[in-house]
Design a protein around this ligand. Structure first.
Ligand SMILES: [Zn+2]
Length: 161
């Protein structure tokens, strides 16, 4: 007879939870996305969130979505998935899984494919109708990267910090 806890979080809850926690580090006032890269044997390899590259000050570069071509965040931000890939210092990500709170755009899909990541578990897919996401799925389909939507369990986790 085992006295093991039965209400522990699942692997999916754990890794999506870490991805979402990473997203909470983002300074973007409109969109906070987090990613978590996991090995096949369920070890966390890397994490990332959307933000500006190193040396590009969060206080000096623009966070707005409108304005001239050089005045919006779009030309400067690095997405969470790419940051998670670039943050990894351990070697190859071949065969790894990526958990992300928003479906990867086409630019991140290229990086995911080229890094050798073979599975994407995403939460929100609110940009499914945009060219960026349609192109992303087309490339991942062609490259054999599997993707599946995270299934919500509606578990609430409160962490006092
Ligand atoms: Zn992206």
């Amino acid at each position: 007879m085992s006295d093991k806890r039965t209400d522990y979080i699942s692997w999916d809850e754990y890794f999506m939870g870490v991805a979402k926690l990473s997203g909470m580090r983002s300074k973007d006032p409109n969109t906070q996305v987090g990613a978590c890269i996991v090995s096949n044997d369920n070890k966390i390899l890397s994490m990332g969130y959307n933000g500006f590259p190193m040396g590009c000050s969060d206080d000096e570069f623009p966070w707005c979505r409108e304005g001239g071509p050089l005045d919006s965040k779009y030309v400067y931000t690095t997405h969470s998935e790419l940051n998670a890939i670039l943050n990894y210092r351990g070697g190859s990500l071949e065969g790894a899984k990526l958990y992300v709170s928003l479906f990867p755009c086409n630019e991140c899909a290229k990086a995911i494919i080229q890094a050798g990541i073979t599975q994407v578990i995403y939460d929100c897919d609110k940009y499914a109708d945009t060219p960026a996401v349609i192109a992303s799925k087309r490339m991942m389909d062609a490259a054999g990267v599997e993707y599946r939507q995270y299934k919500h369990t509606n578990r609430k986790i409160e962490i006092e910090l």
